[in-house]
Design a protein around this ligand. Structure first.
Ligand code: SF4
Ligand code: SF4
Length: 62
């Protein structure tokens, strides 16, 4: 969904709490050890993860 932007993670802010993973209905983000990955092909940019992140580590990039 390049026209809607993509979700990016600030790796310096992310605390690996997993909150974004648990709210994503598309299984687009995944915590692999201490590394959060976001699969753009699954993400519909619903922004739920951005809203729940306690660290403000997620943002949308156009
Ligand atoms: S924006 Fe929505 S679909 Fe995309 S990773 Fe976050 S919660 Fe999942
Ligand atoms: S909710 Fe925020 S701090 Fe928690 S794993 Fe996701 S990006 Fe990292």
């Amino acid at each position: 969904m390049p026209d809607r932007g993509r979700i990016v993670v600030d790796r310096f802010k992310c605390a690996y709490c997993g909150a974004c993973v648990s709210v994503c209905k598309n299984n687009a983000n995944e915590l692999v050890e201490t590394f959060l990955t976001i699969d753009d092909s699954k993400c519909n940019c619903c922004m739920l993860c951005v809203k729940v992140c306690p660290m403000g580590a997620l943002s949308v990039k156009s």
